[in-house]
Design a protein around this ligand. Structure first.
Ligand code: THU
Length: 141
């Protein structure tokens, strides 16, 4: 019988998948190759890389490409348990503000929440999205 992976083993797996995804990045302008891999609450994994454009503002970050793929596959009920981001840089790559808002859109509102894993000045960290974007915008009916 297959043993269910522990959360920390799954997080390590996400980090290594984000590194592989970053190798596919299309980043001829910044030369910064970013990868993201996410685990959904349902237990599926999706990854993405940054895709740049000569019209710079059209660039799409790795995180958003991974999230949109996850929605495409799981549908509008997709929720993120964890997302790992990595890049081929010496300096830390925290998720940009736009990606924080997009992650927040798919927050898991349960005890485990949504964790964002990335290299900070202090090394690898995994804060919850609410810590990274306090008071994020939501449409409440
Ligand atoms: N980038 C990401 O993919 N994710 C982020 O959260 C920050 C920035 C990409 C976008 C662009 O291709 C390059 O990094 C430089 O900004």
């Amino acid at each position: 019988m297959e043993k269910k992976k522990s959360i920390s083993a799954q997080f390590k797996n996400l980090i290594s998948l984000s590194v592989s995804a970053g190798k596919k990045a299309y980043a001829p302008y910044s030369n910064l190759h970013v990868g993201a891999a996410l685990l959904t609450v349902k237990g599926r994994i999706f990854s993405g890389c940054n895709v740049e454009n000569a019209s710079f503002g059209l660039t799409c970050c790795a995180e958003r490409n991974a999230i949109f793929q996850a929605v495409r596959e799981e549908g509008p009920g997709m929720k993120i348990r964890a997302i790992a981001i990595s890049a081929d840089s010496k300096f830390p790559i925290p998720p940009c503000g736009a990606c924080r808002q997009v992650i927040a859109e798919f927050v898991a509102k349960d005890k485990e929440g949504t964790v964002v894993i990335f290299k900070s000045e202090k090394g690898l960290i995994g804060p919850r999205i609410e810590e990274l974007l306090p008071g994020f915008f939501e449409m409440k009916s």
